[in-house]
Design a binder for this molecule. Structure first.
Ligand SMILES: [Ca+2]
Ligand SMILES: [Ca+2]
Length: 203
């Protein structure tokens, strides 16, 4: 059994693994394509004679040539795309900590609102009767607000409702609607909907 034959089996198993991963985890076809393209130079360089090389070369030509000069980016299936991020809106009710843990399992974090444009994009997609946890909290109850990804808290880019934040015991922040969308500090143990954010994947 030649080493090339073994390598070919490994490649085929890996491809099947990627397809199963795509079907079972909800990742989009775009994600599968990126995985294949990232990994295919290995195949292209391995044995110039084999038809596998042609298969993957064709895949490159088919997908990349019509898009020459463009940058490929994608979000997982059922996530929303805005600027360089992907967002997942969960209507399942969880505490702030559980909401953050849920985002972590998807390689994301609770949303960090960096601009009015980002908040406006999100609120177009939200239900006005729900409150949504965001990645802002005051862990020690000293009114030192911290974003979950260590983005510095900038008082000039905050969207608190009038009169909020109002209670030192309320250490976690939701985005909700009161005539307009804004932020409110609430108890971290309260269960609410939430929004996860992750960086887009680029090719
Ligand atoms: Ca953000
Ligand atoms: Ca409050």
């Amino acid at each position: 059994m030649s080493i090339y034959f073994i390598f070919q089996i490994i490649i085929q198993c890996h491809f099947i693994y990627l397809v199963i991963l795509t079907l079972t985890t909800g990742w989009s076809f775009c994600w599968l394509l990126i995985r294949v393209l990232m990994w295919s130079p290995l195949v292209l360089n391995f044995n110039n004679k084999h038809t596998l090389k042609i298969d993957f070369l064709m895949l490159h030509l088919y997908f990349l040539l019509p898009n020459k000069g463009k940058v490929w980016s994608c979000c997982p299936k059922n996530w929303k795309s805005f600027s360089s991020s992907c967002y997942f809106i969960s209507s399942k009710q969880r505490s702030w900590k559980e909401s953050q843990e849920n985002c972590s399992t998807m390689e994301a974090h609770l949303v960090v609102i960096n601009s009015k444009e980002e908040q406006d994009f999100l609120t177009w997609n939200l239900n006005k009767s729900h409150d949504y946890f965001v990645g802002l909290s005051d862990p020690k109850g000293q009114r030192h607000w911290q974003w979950i990804d260590q983005t510095p808290y900038n008082q000039n880019t905050t969207f608190w409702h009038p009169g909020e934040p109002n209670r030192v015991q309320e250490r976690c922040v939701v985005l909700n609607y009161r005539e307009q969308w804004g932020w409110n500090d609430i108890f971290c143990a309260h269960v609410q909907s939430s929004i996860c954010e992750m960086m887009k994947i680029y090719l």
